[in-house]
Write a new protein. Structure first.
Length: 208
């Protein structure tokens, strides 16, 4: 079912920003570690068009959730493969969490200064906050090709990482479908997202 215009008005741009900042962060960190691949492939940019995936964009329009093209990186340029790979992998979710916290700060500031919380800006900030939190935690699920699998792989011994990769990678797509279809993703992410937002609003409240 197509989403109504009002829903698309807020959710589609919010998700587009979350996807873009996520991929841009991967590209930035890899570039800072000496990898020219993101720049050479045109991914070192905040232009959403550079990160859009055709199928992911169609899904965004149809159901309000989609995905972007993964940023290509070349770990051969890293000085410390495991540590640097962790930095690149966490950069995407980390950027999402940072943007979500910034949304919380702005919402809290608007409340502090008596600005109406029911306007268009507040609705957009609300969806931007939610999408970034959920997208950040979703990508930390340790199932390939999500960022969480790359982080886990660098924390295991080389043999364990190889066994993990060979055992899970071939079934990654189907595992993700299973996790999403059964609602397990929501049950896992829900409490984490709620905890993050509660802590963020508490911190923002201490500032304002």
């Amino acid at each position: 079912m197509f989403l109504d215009f009002q829903t698309l008005l807020f959710r589609a741009p919010a998700l587009l920003i979350a996807l873009t900042i996520h991929e841009f962060a991967h590209a930035c960190v890899s570039d800072s570690l000496g990898d020219p691949t993101p720049a050479m492939t045109g991914r070192l940019t905040l232009n959403p068009l550079a990160h859009l995936d055709v199928i992911g964009t169609i899904a965004l329009i149809l159901v309000g959730f989609g995905w972007a093209k993964p940023v290509q990186v070349d770990p051969r340029y890293y000085k410390n493969y495991r540590a640097d790979m962790r930095k690149v992998a966490f950069a995407g979710p980390g950027a999402n969490f940072l943007l979500a916290f910034l949304c919380v700060l702005i919402l809290q500031a608007r409340l502090h200064f008596g600005i109406a919380q029911s306007g268009l800006a507040s609705q957009f900030l609300y969806w931007l906050m939610l999408y970034n939190v959920w997208f950040g935690f979703f990508n930390l699920i340790p199932i390939p090709p999500l960022d969480g699998s790359k982080i886990v792989g660098t924390l295991l011994s080389y043999r364990a990482a190889y066994l993990y990769d060979t055992a899970v990678s071939r079934y990654g797509f189907w595992l993700l479908i299973l996790v999403c279809y059964t609602g397990l993703a929501g049950r896992l992410i829900g409490p984490l997202a709620q905890g993050f937002l509660s802590l963020s609003f508490w911190a923002a409240g201490m500032i304002f």
